[in-house]
Ligand binder design. Structure first.
Ligand SMILES: Cc1ncc(COP(=O)(O)O)c(C=O)c1O
Length: 392
C-alpha cells in the first residue's frame, strides 16, 4: 500500500532538473532585508525599469474595452506584422510576417523550437558557460545537452572547430547560440556568427539563435541569424530590451516549412499567448525612445563597473560587450563561487550570482553581476565590494 502511494506521488525522472541557484541567492537576500539590511541587487537578470509607457497605455485601453479572448495561435496578425517590420528597420531584412510566431516569452519559444526540431535522444550543442534552462529544458524533453567549452580565442563563444570535433565523436543534431550571451555578456560579430552557422548547417546541424539581448549591444551591433540563414530558428523576447519580463511575451522567426508544426504545437500546448501582453507588446515598439534612455543607463552602469571593480580588487572579467552582465573571475580570492557569493551577501550586502549556476565545469571561479539596476546602486556596490575584499 505504501509502495503504491509512493508511486502515485513520485515525480517523473525527466522532471528531475536542477533549480536556478540565483533563486536561492534571492531568498537569502530577502531574509537579510527582512532583518532591516539594505541589500544591493546585482543577482537577478531583469531590468529595474517598467515597460514602455506606450505599452502600459495600450494594455489599460484593452482592459477598459472589456473582453480579453483567445487570439490566433501564432499571434495577433498586426503584432506579427510589426515584429516583421522590426527586422526591416533594425537589420535591413525583409521578413515575411508568416514566419513570425508570438510566444510566451523566449522560454515558450525554446519549448516549441526543441519540440519542433529534435527527437528524444538527439544531441544538442550549447556553449559552456551558458543560460542553464537550455540544458534543463532539453533534458526534460528527453534530448541530450552537449556542453562545449569556450575560450577567450573565440570571445567565449562556441567555435565551429569545437562543434565539429564533438560532432565527429558522436553526431550532434542541433546547436543553440546566443549573442549577446548570458552569463558572460560577450558577443559574436557578424562574421563569426555567419561562419559558425555555415559550418553547422554544412554538417546538417540545425541552428537556434537566442537573440533575447539584441538591442542591448555596446561593443558592436548584433546581427540576426535570420539574415545569415533562412534555415535558422530565431528566438527573441520583449523581456529585456523592452523591460517586459513579467508580461511573458516573446517571438520566434521560423523557417517557412516549419511554421505549421510550430502552430500545431502551440495550439495544443497553450491555445494562444496572453492577449493583453500581445496588445502591450505591439505598442512597445512605439516606446523605443524611452527604452533607448534605459539602455544609456546600462551603458553608464557598465562604465561604473568596468572602471570600479578592478579598483575594488576584481580586475579579471570577460569582455562586457552586451546584455547587462559582467562575468568576473574570482579565483584569486576563492575557488568556491557559492561560498564567496554567500559571504559577500552576508558581509557586504551585495547580491551576485555564483558562476556554478551557468557552468558546471569552471563556474566555481566566477561570479555574474547584473547591471540592470540604478547607477547609484552600481557605485555603492563597487564601494562595498572594495571595502569587503580589503577587510578579508
Ligand atoms: C539568455 C536568455 N534566454 C532566455 C531567457 C528567458 O527569458 P524570457 O522567457 O523572459 O523571454 C533569459 C532570461 O534571463 C536569458 O537570459
Amino acid at each position: 500500500m505504501l509502495d503504491l502511494a509512493k508511486r502515485l506521488l513520485t515525480a517523473s525522472k525527466r522532471s528531475d532538473v536542477p533549480p536556478f541557484i540565483v533563486m536561492d541567492v534571492m531568498a537569502a537576500a530577502a531574509a537579510l532585508e527582512a532583518q532591516g539590511a539594505h541589500v544591493l541587487h546585482l543577482e537577478v537578470g531583469q531590468p529595474a525599469a517598467p515597460a514602455p509607457a506606450t505599452a502600459l497605455r495600450a494594455a489599460q485601453a484593452a482592459l477598459a474595452h472589456g473582453r480579453i479572448g483567445y487570439t490566433e495561435t501564432l499571434g495577433i496578425p498586426s503584432l506579427r506584422a510589426r515584429i516583421a517590420r522590426h527586422y526591416a528597420d533594425t537589420y535591413d531584412l525583409a521578413l515575411d510576417p508568416a514566419r513570425v510566431v508570438v510566444t510566451t516569452g523566449s522560454s515558450g519559444g525554446f519549448i516549441l523550437a526543441f519540440l519542433a526540431l529534435f527527437e528524444p535522444g538527439e544531441r544538442v550543442a550549447l556553449a559552456n558557460p551558458g543560460y542553464p534552462p537550455y540544458r534543463h529544458i532539453l533534458t526534460a524533453l528527453g534530448c541530450e545537452p552537449v556542453l562545449i567549452e569556450t575560450s577567450a580565442a573565440t570571445r567565449w563563444a562556441l567555435s565551429a572547430k569545437a562543434l565539429i570535433a564533438e560532432h565527429r565523436k558522436k553526431p550532434i543534431t542541433g546547436l543553440v547560440v546566443a549573442s549577446p550571451a548570458n552569463p558572460t555578456g560577450t558577443m559574436m560579430d557578424a562574421a563569426a556568427l555567419a561562419q559558425l552557422i555555415a559550418s553547422a548547417e554544412a554538417e546538417g546541424i540545425r541552428v537556434i539563435s537566442d537573440e533575447i539581448y539584441h538591442g542591448l549591444d555596446y561593443a558592436f551591433p548584433a546581427e540576426t541569424a535570420a539574415k545569415l540563414s533562412p534555415r535558422a530558428v530565431v528566438i527573441n523576447s520583449f523581456s529585456k530590451y523592452f523591460c517586459m519580463t513579467g508580461w511573458r511575451i516573446g517571438w520566434m522567426v521560423v523557417p517557412e516549412p516549419l511554421t505549421r508544426a510550430v502552430e500545431r504545437l502551440q495550439g495544443n500546448l497553450a491555445i494562444s499567448v496572453p492577449t493583453l501582453a500581445q496588445v502591450a507588446a505591439e505598442a512597445a515598439f512605439d516606446g523605443r525612445d524611452e527604452m533607448e534612455a534605459v539602455k544609456h543607463g546600462y551603458e553608464e552602469n557598465r562604465r561604473i563597473l568596468t572602471e570600479g571593480l578592478p579598483k575594488a580588487g576584481l580586475d579579471k572579467f570577460l569582455p562586457v560587450d552586451g546584455a547587462f552582465y559582467l562575468y568576473a573571475d574570482i579565483s584569486k580570492f576563492s575557488g568556491d563561487s557559492l561560498q564567496f557569493a554567500k559571504r559577500m551577501l552576508e558581509e557586504a550586502h551585495v547580491a551576485a550570482t555564483p558562476g556554478i549556476d551557468f557552468d558546471p565545469v569552471n563556474g566555481h571561479n566566477f561570479l555574474r553581476f547584473c547591471y540592470a539596476g540604478s547607477a547609484a546602486d552600481m557605485r555603492a556596490a563597487v564601494e562595498r565590494i572594495g571595502g569587503w575584499l580589503a577587510r578579508r
